[in-house]
Design a protein around this ligand. Structure first.
Ligand code: ZN
Length: 623
């Protein structure tokens, strides 16, 4: 996985990070397009506040109109400035005007960044948030968070000094090569400009590393080797065959070779670094500790809860889920094991039944066709049961994952055009399981058995990520497309799974509920273990054991999760946090509204705010 936005905000929750999650299955490679015109049916209007004094009300609204207008102009100016100031960030957003410029990660660059962010934060804070429109208020929160995060990452978290995997030249280059936004020759020229700066880039990187963690040195080594899958002889051959002039080709070759040398030199440096710190008596721990964890959680997730509160909720949810799963297990035991006595231990009996049922799955060659078959059924169910507005004019295109997108370990993802590339189709990408080899394919088939496959389709497709995307597009907002909240996006997809089962998808089949329990247990454990490892110091053996015995995960999954826990912080909690907040908000409003509560209206209104933090949406919906 390429590092995103390497000089700006390397560890920020990004959708490509989310691809790692849940063995990559819940992945969503999603850039929310904001510009496609969609039918405007049933839009929920919010925020017509009744004013007691009509004169005061009209003055208030005049003032708001000015303020709202000024805020729109400010947002646009800020986005333009960001795209110019952070060329790598712009590339990831699908904007290529300054794509040939490389941000060299020097001290000077960091000072310039800080001045830039502080200036814009000052201008932002001059707005009176209460006088903005209900759609703008979450945008204000997103922009404030984006700026405060960047400042905090650079000044306090300082991963630029301890995480050498922050530095990687391949990501932007791969996008320029794989995205057909301009003729090939134009893109090769941009790549050439970037390669020309590789030496300076890695020299600056070396100056930055102070006390790295061993785990991140190792990650940097793996990912730096990976650069040669992008900057290799195939690229050079393609350039030689291109329409570039002979002079340009010679120039390209020269920069290409210098860039390869710079990467090899960087890899040597990392090797030496690894030896140096492996013997060191006091290397930096990958555990970030409570103070940094709480602050990172606040900035990355933008939740109404703090990290310790979220952790306590996850623990309670785990117990509730296990109790639910146990009731089902006891109920189903004699159906599947008529001759076998039921184990006394809860974890054992649930584990045995889950394992037994996992053998019920489609055949290898039916995997993609079965997904294709289910999507329209899900759309029908949502419409027939009046669960939310599902736009029938924009069907989701199910396809096999294109070759160049494979290899990240992800089985399923959703691709949609970025905000600057509207109009294209939205795809549900499925990697054919044969791709992973025979043994892994067999294991995946068990994992995505007859029941979990339905849950996966709900999550990625309808009414999960794809439906949320369609709704977000109906109120186009560049701010919400560019600074979207990952916890809301993932939380919605996890919420959709449970909501569909509650509303009768699968006819309340106990096996489906059991498998949903296992699926959600993994999400809940991600949140629990992230906190326990980083704040409470849980060890590798404890983590692996808990995942296998209490969450019914395979050994390979458990070991992989440990590695993930050592390399990231907070991101693993985003699924559960978003889900817990959305579910709690719905239950609270359902209770408050009583008979008047309509699930359809609630969903449509919730989704109308776009990919904003759930805490912000909650404020507006409660008003
Ligand atoms: Zn997802």
């Amino acid at each position: 996985m390429p590092i995103k936005d390497s000089t700006v905000l390397p560890n920020r929750v990004g959708l490509s990070d989310i691809n790692w999650q849940l063995r990559g299955v819940n992945s969503v490679k999603k850039q929310f397009l904001g510009l496609v015109a969609l039918l405007c049916v049933g839009v929920v209007l919010v925020g017509c506040e009744p004013g007691a004094d009509p004169t005061a009300a009209s003055e208030q609204s005049r003032h708001s109109a000015d303020e709202a207008e000024a805020f729109s102009e400010f947002s646009q100016a800020f986005i333009d400035a960001m795209l110019e100031h952070h060329p790598e960030w712009a590339i990831y957003q699908g904007h290529y005007d300054s794509a040939g410029e490389v941000s060299i990660p020097t001290e000077q660059q960091r000072e310039a960044n800080l001045a830039f962010w502080r200036e814009w934060l000052g201008r932002l804070e001059a707005f009176d948030v209460d006088s903005l429109t209900p759609k703008q208020q979450p945008e204000f929160a997103l922009l404030k968070n984006a700026l405060e995060s960047r400042i905090w990452y650079q000044e306090v978290f300082k991963n630029w000094a301890w995480n050498p995997a922050t530095y990687n030249i391949a990501g932007p280059v791969a996008i320029l090569l794989n995205t057909e936004f301009a003729p090939e020759e134009t893109r090769y020229r941009l790549v050439m400009q970037r390669l020309a700066d590789a030496g300076a880039y890695y020299e600056a990187a070396k100056q930055n590393i102070e006390r790295p963690t061993l785990e991140h040195i190792d990650l940097a080594l793996v990912r730096s080797q990976g650069i040669f899958s992008v900057i290799n002889d195939d690229l050079l051959d393609a350039v030689r065959d291109s329409e570039l002039s002979a002079t340009e080709k010679a120039q390209f070759e020269q920069h290409f070779e210098a860039a390869q040398r710079a990467v090899r030199d960087w890899i040597d440096y990392l090797g030496a670094l690894s030896e140096q710190w492996a013997d060191h008596e006091n290397p930096r721990s990958f555990r970030i500790g409570e103070d940094l964890y709480e602050e990172k959680f606040r900035l990355d997730i933008q939740s109404q809860f703090d990290a310790s509160e979220l952790y306590r909720r996850a623990l309670a949810e785990k117990e509730a889920l296990l109790a639910e799963m146990d009731v089902i297990t006891i109920e189903l035991w004699s159906k599947y094991f008529p001759q076998t006595p039921m184990p006394d231990k809860q974890f054992e009996r649930i584990g045995q039944l889950v394992s037994f049922l996992s053998d019920q799955h489609v055949e290898l060659d039916e995997f993609v066709p079965e997904i294709r078959r289910q999507i329209p059924l899900l759309a029908d169910f949502v419409r027939d049961n009046d669960l939310l507005f599902q736009d029938p004019s924009k069907p989701l295109v199910v396809r096999e994952t294109p070759e160049y997108m494979r290899g990240g370990g992800a089985i399923a993802s959703v691709s949609s055009p970025g905000p600057f590339n509207p109009g294209a189709e939205t795809y549900y990408n499925i990697t054919p399981l044969e791709y992973f080899g025979e043994e892994a394919a067999a294991s995946y088939l068990r994992e995505y058995n007859d029941w979990v496959l339905q849950i996966l389709n709900i999550h990625e497709g309808i009414p999960g990520h794809y439906t949320q995307l369609l709704h977000a597009n109906r109120s186009p907002s560049l701010v919400k497309s560019l600074f979207r909240n990952g916890a809301m996006i993932e939380g919605w997809a996890v919420y959709a799974e449970r909501m569909m089962l509650e509303e009768g998808w699968g006819d309340h089949e106990p096996e489906l509920w059991l498998m949903h329990g296992k699926w959600l247990l993994r999400v809940v454990h991600n949140a629990i273990l992230d906190y326990e490892v980083h704040v409470q110091g849980k060890t590798r053996n404890e983590v692996v054991d808990m995942l296998q015995t209490q969450a019914f995960q395979e050994a390979s999954e458990a070991n992989q999760k440990w590695r993930r826990l050592t390399l990231s912080q907070v991101q693993l909690t985003s699924y559960y946090t978003g889900y817990a907040e959305i579910y709690a908000l719905r239950e609270q409003m359902k209770q408050a509204q009583g008979e008047a509560f309509s699930l359809r209206d609630w969903h449509n209104e919730f989704l109308s705010f776009g990919s904003a933090p759930v805490s912000e949406i909650a404020k507006l919906m409660r008003e």
